[in-house]
Ligand binder design. Structure first.
Ligand code: ADP
Ligand code: MG
Ligand code: ZN
Length: 474
């Protein structure tokens, strides 16, 4: 196994978050009743003519810019001809010869080590519909027909399943920060095809196979491991790798052959006669660059430089844009950057995961909770374990929740003194020990007062009061 080098190149499809589809004005959305977002163009009725969405072109350019790639000022459209029932035109409108984006390098991080992957191209194309199989019947839903996709094609610069996933995480992060796609693998707005080959060290790159339509990062990782091992086994037994398209069964954990690899010629590509080429000016591209939101990489730097966060925090917080936006807004609402970071990375992210990626708290609520902790109104652990999970809606006031749950800390100096006096009179020995120089009794006494108050007193206030009283006695 160690004598071999694995090479992996990816074809990543991302659905763009446009208002309408690529070639018609049907709404671009996910799910819904089948065939409710279609028109003569989607259904390929005779005579229906396409009209290109400018927004789709803009978003594809923004994706290219976000990944640091070269935008081509002249690109055109091609027909990729094939029949499949989910695509009634019998061709896919795509960019084969002159794509919108060519060349670039994406830097990513693998356990602290900086690595790079070259991007070969990014082109814009349309998605197909969906087949729905029920029993022995198959239905066709054309809602997804014509949804704009970008296909990001990398060079085979990845050399392990771990590198592949780390790169995909980086890609997903930057695309999501750029705002051009939701990149939700579970909804199919991010799909990955993996091209993989193996070769003995020092030899030329080997023949590859392509595993199609992987829809989770763990499926990508497992299928890479499987396919690398399979190819090495074949070669070790003296066999040859044949160029083929494969599928991956994530439940069984096995890959299998889908079909032999088709040639470019098989698709009979030709220029789409119904669409004009796209011609861009430098100014047009620059304006789109200016409209790009802050990238994830920039945000990491800002957290380190402006908020003084450790690099670790900055990376954890920015891994998911929703979390990072929430954190940013909490700081804007006045929360201390480091305290907010601890709070978000710990409790908020745990709840977020438990709720399947749904945020259950907003920035102002986080800021108010941390303020209440700062003011001694609730303890940090109460804020994390009791109040935060009890927040149910945008309008909930954390302090009111704490009050309702009876977990507000008592900050009443007089009440504290009374209770401390009582406990001190019950623990004369401890006071004597203190006078004799044993300062450890303070925590014992604080514990006793806290217990007597059922945990409701502010512990800081309690221990200060105890020290004051004991010093008065001395
Ligand atoms: P095709 O036109 O047949 O799809 P491309 O040259 O466009 O082929 O490559 C498709 C993908 O396959 C790219 O991501 C590329 O990096 C990858 N690839 C090409 N050759 C190899 C190889 N020998 N091993 C692994 N991946 C490869
Ligand atoms: Mg290809
Ligand atoms: Zn339509």
């Amino acid at each position: 196994m160690n004598d071999y080098i694995v090479s992996i190149g990816l074809e990543v499809h991302c659905e763009l978050k446009t208002k309408t589809k690529l070639l018609c004005s049907c709404k671009n959305d996910f799910g819904g009743e089948p065939n409710t977002r279609i028109c003569p163009v989607c259904a390929a009725l005779p005579g229906a003519m396409p009209a290109l969405s400018r927004e789709a072109v803009d978003l594809a350019i923004k994706a290219g810019l976000a990944l640091g790639c070269e935008i081509q000022k002249y690109c055109k459209w091609d027909r990729k001809n094939f029949f499949y029932p989910d695509s009634p035109k019998a061709w896919q409108t795509t960019q084969a010869e002159l794509p919108l984006v060519k060349g670039g390098v994406v830097e990513y991080d693998l356990g602290g080590e900086k690595k790079t992957v070259r991007i070969n191209r990014i082109h814009l194309e349309e998605d197909a519909g969906k087949l729905i199989h029920e029993g022995n019947k198959t239905f066709i839903d054309l809602n997804r027909c014509g949804v704009p996709l970008i296909e990001i094609v990398t060079e085979p610069d990845l050399h392990s399943p771990e590198e592949t996933v780390a790169f995909l995480e980086e890609l997903k992060r930057e695309i999501s920060y750029s705002g051009v796609s939701d990149v939700k693998m579970q909804e199919g707005s991010l799909r990955v095809d993996v091209n993989l080959s193996v070769a003995k060290k020092g030899e030329n790159i080997g023949e590859r196979t392509e595993t199609k339509n992987l829809n989770s990062f763990s499926a990508v990782k497992r299928s890479c491991e499987y396919e690398a091992k399979r190819q090495i086994d074949v070669l070790e037994r003296g066999g040859k790798i044949s160029r083929e398209t494969r599928r991956w069964d994530d439940v069984k954990g096995v890959g299998s052959v889908m079909r032999g690899k088709e040639d470019l010629d098989d698709y009979r590509y030709f220029t789409e006669p119904d669409l004009q080429p796209v011609v861009l000016t430098d100014e047009y591209i620059e304006n789109l660059a200016l409209s790009l939101p802050e990238s994830a990489k920039k945000r990491v730097r800002r957290y380190i430089e402006e908020f003084n966060l450790p690099e670790y925090d900055a990376k954890v917080l920015t891994a998911d844009k929703q979390i990072s936006d929430l954190y940013d807004d909490a700081v804007k609402c006045g929360a201390d950057p480091k305290k907010a970071s601890n709070f978000v990375m710990g409790s908020v992210m745990r709840l977020y995961k438990e709720n399947g990626g749904k945020l259950c708290v907003n920035a102002s609520q986080i800021a108010r909770l941390l303020q209440a902790v700062n003011d001694g109104k609730i303890s940090l652990s109460t804020a994390k374990d009791v109040v935060l999970p009890a927040i149910g809606s945008e309008n909930d006031n954390p302090l009111e929740i704490a009050e309702k749950l009876g977990v507000l800390q008592i900050n009443d100096q007089k009440a504290a003194e009374e209770l401390v006096d009582k406990i001190l009179s019950e623990n004369k020995k401890a006071a004597e020990d203190y006078a004799a120089g044993n300062k450890k009794v303070i925590s014992f006494l604080t514990g006793a007062v806290m217990k007597a108050s059922k945990g409701k007193f502010n512990p800081e206030l309690v221990s200060k009061t105890i020290i004051k009283k004991l010093n008065q006695k001395e």
